[in-house]
Design a protein around this ligand. Structure first.
Ligand SMILES: Cc1ncc(COP(=O)(O)O)c(C=O)c1O
Length: 399
């Protein structure tokens, strides 16, 4: 087979790169309101004691909002630490100039990755003696104390030392000279369940296990180690979960994981999902719309074709179940959501035109569509909805 040189196939000079000229609002985009993040952090912090710190969880590109914007505004609102899932996410924040402590919540287990973490001033989550030893060796190699957080499993069965083992091994870990234990933490698996407040719930048992473990390792009162357990749901549930720091994601973005929260806590969603009308067509009664002909018009219908689909992160399972908003009015989405487009019945509107902007998520006047609603309708959780948005949706900051 003859392989032709790329340069013979493509004439790069003939097609200059106009990418920069494309309006980010040309097709579909996410709008991020940084001030909403800042206000949410302030409000959430007002529920904590003065000494309790707030870690803003900005993993998965700030839950799909843009980690850079979220970090900046969360810090303005008083977040003192940031949480990411991966080494790359942490390095990216450092490259933006973020200088707050950053905890990598995912596991780093090779010497190479832990060295990269150390050199970028990222604190790893440590779940075993083996990982502690690697960190201690790295500290020795670079002549420093490698800062890290120890994680214990209290019922999530994901990362973390088994609690009995942790109690046995803690004295040894404390004696390592080239690590600095900045925190000890655990993670709640079920704090957003309706029964979380009940004394025998998984959440309360996790809390008791964590307390017991802390008692057993006998930390002296003057130690600087930060103890932390709560995610958003744990934080909102009760201050019994607050300890020295809370690690908050979902509620900082404006959504409560609990059905009932303090009515004075007014969280404002920071994200809107918007799309342009790319085409308008009129169809007769009895005409099928989109793949599979799942929707057939029951009257003469005006359809708007919106430039967004499941390849942008709108779950296809929501086909025919969602609405969009234009000028404070709802319009139903009809037919199967396709990879790049979806159709909306705009028969009742005279004002929607090609190029009009429609709102898929967010608020307009007194109308709101929330990721919580999409999650309910697609049998998933709001976290997944927010993290599903793809890179081809530009993120635009608005205040
Ligand atoms: C270890 C850890 N802490 C905190 C959080 C934040 O959780 P939430 O978004 O429910 O506040 C997460 C998110 O999944 C997590 O994995």
């Amino acid at each position: 087979m003859q392989i032709r040189q790329t340069s013979q196939q493509f004439n790069f000079d003939k097609y200059p790169n106009f990418d920069r000229d494309i309006d980010p609002k040309q097709r579909a985009w996410i709008e991020v309101n940084g001030e909403a993040i800042e206000k949410n952090v302030r409000q959430l912090r007002s529920q904590l004691s003065k000494s309790c710190q707030f870690m803003a969880v900005v993993k998965a590109d700030g839950y799909g909002h843009d980690a850079k914007v979220v970090s900046e505004y969360a810090i303005r609102g008083g977040a003192s630490e940031l949480g990411v899932a991966t080494l790359k996410e942490g390095i990216k924040l450092r490259s933006f100039g973020v200088n707050k402590p950053i905890l990598v919540l995912g596991n780093l287990y090779t010497k190479k990755d832990l060295i990269i973490a150390c050199r970028n001033d990222l604190m790893p989550t440590i779940s075993s003696l083996r990982e502690c030893l690697i960190c201690n060796n790295i500290g020795k190699q670079f002549g420093l104390k490698f800062s890290l957080h120890l994680k214990v499993d209290t019922g999530m069965s994901r990362l973390g030392f088994e609690s009995d083992k942790f109690i046995q091994e803690f004295e040894k870990i404390k004696s390592f000279e080239n690590i600095s234990i900045e925190g000890i933490y655990s993670h709640l698996s079920s704090a957003d369940e309706a029964n979380a407040i009940d004394s025998q719930s998984i959440t309360q048992l996790q809390r008791l296990k964590f307390y017991e473990l802390l008692k057993q390792i006998n930390l002296d009162r003057n130690n600087e180690i930060k103890i932390h357990l709560a995610n958003s749901a744990g934080m909102l549930l009760s201050n019994d979960f607050h300890f020295h720091m809370v690690r908050v994601g979902l509620s900082m973005y404006g959504y409560s994981p609990l059905d009932k929260i303090d009515k004075n806590l007014l969280l404002k969603p920071a994200l809107s999902l918007k799309v342009k009308v790319a085409f308008i067509r009129n169809i007769d009664k009895g005409v099928s719309v989109s793949y599979g002909g799942k929707f057939v018009s029951h009257r003469k219908t005006k359809l708007a074709v919106l430039s967004i689909g499941y390849a942008d992160g709108v779950p296809r399972i929501l086909s025919g179940k969602i609405k969009v908003i234009h000028n404070n009015k709802f319009y139903p989405q009809v037919g199967s959501i396709t990879m790049d487009q979806m159709m909306v019945d705009i028969t009742d509107s005279n004002e929607i035109k090609v190029g009009s902007t429609m709102l898929l998520l967010g608020s307009d006047g007194d109308k709101t569509i929330s990721p919580l609603e999409w999650a309910r309708k697609s049998n998933t959780i709001p976290w997944e909805i927010l993290c599903s948005f793809k890179n081809r949706l530009p993120k635009v900051q608005v205040d």
